[in-house]
Design a protein around this ligand. Structure first.
Ligand code: SF4
Ligand code: SF4
Length: 444
């Protein structure tokens, strides 16, 4: 039996690279490592222009508060520190390094040096922080902070192997090619949290993933593989937790509030790399695909590699591109700069033609078909939220639960009237949150 949730949509999966093995690409002449790749405070550089750096060396850190350090993903020389517009908006800085191609490791890249039975929870969490690991799905929340918040609150870990975005195959290839790294990471996280139960969530249609994982976990033990119905957005945390437990997570709450912590499969593998080898999060698997890419591939690349280098490595373009997206076509961010660097959360780089431009060329019209309501995985009424915000009725949007919107894009995808329902729902959510902040300021 496959677990599921209400709502959702079934976009064509376009998983053309699901059988394409991961290739390493580390030949970028320069890499640009962003100082704000995580939720929290932007890092401050700890290296200077002209300084030689080694692979894995700390180059940026957060002196206090929520944040996550960043490390050199190649060896070479710091040539610039650029002020840039961050991929998620706002100003950020990139440390630009010339790659000497030597991959000389920093002296600090050393294994953890203790077994899990010898290590304390604090020591494991400190090692995860030092390695600069963030959630590698899309949230980019610092992993050490999630572990610290989960300790004592949760009894179950869910490892999320689901990639419900079309095209994305990075986690799929990781599960097939290095399932042991995921399982070892899972066990490290269980030890850090002192918990006894873990579920590995895979899509029901992915028999080969179950075949790769099953021999490593055995049958019916404390670690179990759970099949989840293949539909979008099954990989979203709230939908995944609901599918497996039937527990709903209210707006503003997280899975921790219902005793669950969720980590992405690649995050688990990064935790293993950090403790087993001392290797910080300096590389990740990226699916490079889209109907404009000549030879789509799954690439293991240094963080900071310009996406234009990845596209060139995949044979360049074979059709006129309309947009470049980091992430999937449903929730990814369109990029205006083809040299934008790979971040810790970049699961896919897609170069898409006009064919994937879902924006209607005709005037939008709501025919009140109700499809957006049936598709919404948060059980919202997107058409009502949309018309409330278009009329400036923020309180009505709040009463309709606009802050519950997870920005999944399912409503716009399914809408036959070309109504930008997702954009309007997100606008409503932002307006409600802004109003609440203003109210709190006035009360304070
Ligand atoms: S799916 Fe589109 S047309 Fe149908 S009710 Fe929703 S907004 Fe209106
Ligand atoms: S209203 Fe928000 S959560 Fe619901 S389908 Fe639209 S984007 Fe997804």
């Amino acid at each position: 039996m496959a677990y599921t949730f209400k709502g959702g949509v079934w976009p064509d999966d376009h998983k053309y690279t699901k059988n394409v093995p991961i290739e390493e690409f580390s030949a970028a002449a320069q890499v640009s490592v962003s100082l704000s790749q995580h939720v929290g405070i932007m890092c401050k550089p700890v290296v200077k222009v002209g300084e030689k750096v080694r692979m894995g060396q700390l180059i940026g850190d957060v002196p206090g508060g929520l944040g996550c350090p960043v490390h050199a993903s190649v060896s070479g020389t710091v040539v610039r520190i650029d002020e840039v517009t961050a991929q998620r908006g706002g100003t950020s800085y990139n440390i630009v390094m010339e790659n000497d191609g030597q991959n000389t490791l920093a002296d600090t890249v050393q294994p953890f040096g203790k077994t899990l039975s010898e290590a304390t929870s604090d020591e494991i969490i400190a090692a995860v922080r030092a390695a600069g690991i963030t959630g590698m799905g899309s949230a980019a929340f610092p992993t050490y902070a999630k572990l610290a918040a989960a300790r004592g609150k949760v009894d179950t870990l869910i490892v999320n192997c689901i990639e419900s975005e079309p095209f994305a195959c990075a986690s799929h290839r990781l599960v097939l090619e290095d399932p042991a790294a995921i399982i070892h990471g899972l066990k490290i996280i269980m030890a850090a949290l002192g918990i006894q139960q873990a579920w590995i969530a895979v899509e029901g249609s992915r028999k080969e993933e179950r075949a790769a994982l099953q021999p490593l976990v055995g049958d019916g033990g404390l670690i179990q593989i759970k099949k989840v119905t293949s539909k979008y957005p099954a990989g979203s945390e709230k939908q995944l937790v609901y599918a497996l437990t039937k527990k709903e997570i209210p707006a503003g709450r997280t899975p921790l509030d219902v005793g669950i912590v969720v980590f992405n499969a690649q995050t688990c593998a990064a935790v293993f790399e950090a403790l087993a080898k001392g290797m910080p999060l300096i590389r990740r698997i990226v699916t490079v695909d889209g109907d404009c890419v000549k030879n789509p591939k799954n690439l293991l690349v240094p963080i900071g590699t310009p996406i234009s280098d990845l596209i060139a490595y995949c044979g360049g373009l074979c059709a006129e591109p309309k947009k470049i997206v980091c992430g999937g076509p449903m929730m990814g961010q369109a990029q205006w700069d083809p040299n934008t660097p790979v971040m810790k959360t970049t699961a896919a780089v897609l170069v898409l033609s006009e064919y994937f431009d879902y924006d209607s060329k005709l005037p939008a019209v709501c025919i009140r078909c109700g499809r957006c309501v049936r598709a919404c995985p948060m059980k919202l009424m997107p058409l009502k939220i949309a018309s409330a915000i278009e009329a400036g009725r923020v309180e009505e949007a709040a009463a309709l639960g606009a802050t519950d919107c997870i920005e999944c894009g399912a409503c716009s995808y399914i809408c036959p009237g070309g109504v930008p329902v997702t954009q309007l729902s997100v606008r409503a959510k932002m307006a409600v949150l802004e109003q609440r902040r203003n109210d709190a300021r006035h009360e304070g």
